[in-house]
Design a protein. Sequence first.
Length: 142
Amino acid sequence: MTLRPVRDSNPGDLEAGDHWQGLLPKNQMTPEQVAEDRFAVFASPKWGFRAMAIILLNYARVHHLSTIREIVSRWAPPEENKTEAYIKDVADRVGVSPDISLDFTKPDLLASLARAIAIHECGGWFFKDADLNAGVALAETT
């Protein structure tokens, strides 16, 4: 059984609704993907990472969130998640304190954060580094 975020090329487990570039057209989806009504389905992981990186960049640029605690608290609110455990996991994977102010507009740090979130959402790393890096690069040109 393939994990939904992997099957849907959606490493951040983003909800459907926004008109992201790289969404898979319904006529190209598997029956499982067509039945998916809550989460976005991307044509390839790079598009899922691009969407994820754009959201994270907006958290930093628009909402002025600069710590992993602030970002993960918005990304995975306590109503649906064990947010404190999520924060600790992501901070540990990025290798920083959850409360230190960071510049997530730096590509390497953004990629590290996106990777940590994808690992937490999927229970492991099931994507290619090239897709992560391509998605982050695409997000920076948006």
